[in-house]
Design a protein around this ligand. Structure first.
Ligand code: KIV
Ligand code: ZN
Length: 388
């Protein structure tokens, strides 16, 4: 049995921090149900103390979701933690995720606290949370830019207080894969009680490396939880994309030696739902969920895929929720793809020379029109039939 990688989805919390992506309680509940269908292990439903609306959304999700752990974010203070616990009271499985910044920059300029004060607050908050909930995640915000010696002291202290998951955020997307992987590894090796917690990665995409960094945190660092969002939604340039990290681990099980619980057939519907709800369009060439992710346009590729799909496909479109892969007919298409489309449309031409003639007309049209639809092909064949 390969080791399991825990998938922690934060579309409804960090994803919602994307400017313009705020969601109503009903919208969040609908997405949470889709995440449950997807079988994500943990759903971060919101930040209960941030507003009454978010409190109610976390509460509604906690009442409705049965198969995933439901989590609320809370700053490291008693009020936030109590609100999170209240909102999660009816959850089948609840997690409180508490955080405080540990980088010198954040402690001095934002929190205006000394490192010793931050250490004490982290310790007391986890102690307080642990009395309300058995499953406690702690995040040192801006962890990747924090001094490792200080970070080790904080993490050792919160594990001793009962934190069950340690999440190390690259809050501003500054990391590069190898360094982030070694950073996680170094923390795990240096914190004396590190094996009492599950280690988690949380990467932002400011330099376009959130997925790569997360995977390095897993492979090099030994993390066993990845925090991610559908479509990579999130603050600024977003978070690690769930569909990418999940399909990377599944497709390259040979390399990662891990598996995920995810029912990948629900990925595309989840992507559509999040995109429609937030109004954030998915770029066509986006991995896994983009409209072109399984579309073939060049004649050579089309010919290959028609003969054997794995010539140009490393995953099955159907396995991630598409109904099929796509052969896009255009000026680069070859005769084989054209002939296959005629067959799919139920068009039977009398002879190979008729196919050749129709293919020549198709090429002529394709030089004038960037994509040829089924209607164009039917019109092309029918027009010739009527003329003859
Ligand atoms: O990016 C970040 O640091 C966060 C924490 C609150 C976990 O989202
Ligand atoms: Zn974040």
């Amino acid at each position: 049995m390969p080791d399991q990688l825990i998938i922690f989805d934060t579309t409804l919390r960090d994803g919602e921090q994307s400017p313009g992506a705020s969601m109503t309680k009903e919208e969040k509940l609908r997405i949470a149900r889709q995440l449950e269908r997807l079988k994500v292990d943990v759903i971060e439903a919101g930040f209960a103390a941030s507003s009454n609306g978010d409190f109610e959304a976390v509460q509604a999700i906690a009442q409705s979701i049965k198969d995933s752990t439901v989590c609320s974010l809370a700053r490291a203070n008693d009020r936030d933690i109590s609100r999170a616990a209240q909102a999660l009271a009816s959850a089948e499985r609840a997690r409180i995720h508490t955080f405080i910044a540990t980088s010198a920059l954040h402690m001095e300029k934002k929190l205006r606290m000394t490192p010793e004060q931050v250490l004490e607050q982290a310790r007391l908050s986890v102690r307080f949370a642990r009395n309300l909930c058995a499953d406690i995640e702690f995040s040192p915000e801006d962890g990747y830019r924090s001094d490792p010696d200080f970070l080790c002291r904080v993490l050792e202290a919160v594990i001793a207080e009962g934190a069950t998951t340690i999440n190390v955020p690259d809050t501003v997307g500054y990391a590069v894969p190898e360094l982030y992987g070694h950073f996680i590894r170094q923390l795990r090796e240096r914190v004396p009680n590190s094996d009492r917690a599950i280690w988690s990665v949380h990467c932002h995409n400011d330099l376009g490396m959130a997925v790569a960094n997360s995977l390095a945190g897993v492979k090099i660092g030994g993390a066993r939880q990845v925090e991610c969002t559908i479509n990579g939604l999130g603050e600024r340039a977003g978070n690690c994309a769930l569909e990418e990290v999940v399909m990377a681990v599944r497709t390259r099980r040979d390399y990662f030696g891990l598996d995920v619980n995810i029912d990948t057939r629900h990925i595309v519907p989840a992507s559509r739902m999040v995109s429609q709800t937030t109004g954030f369009v998915v770029q066509p060439n986006k991995a896994v969920v983009g409209a072109n992710a399984f579309a073939h346009a060049s004649g050579i590729h089309q010919d290959g895929v028609l003969k054997a799909r794995d010539t140009y496909e490393i995953m099955r479109a159907e396995d991630v929720g598409w109904s099929a892969n796509k052969i896009v007919l255009g000026k680069l298409s070859g005769r084989n793809a054209f002939k296959q489309r005629l067959q799919d449309l139920g068009v039977q031409l009398e002879s190979e020379s008729e196919v050749n003639a129709a293919f020549a007309r198709f090429k002529e049209l394709a030089d004038r029109k960037s994509e040829i639809f089924d209607e164009d092909i039917l019109a092309l064949v029918i027009a010739e039939d009527t003329a003859a």
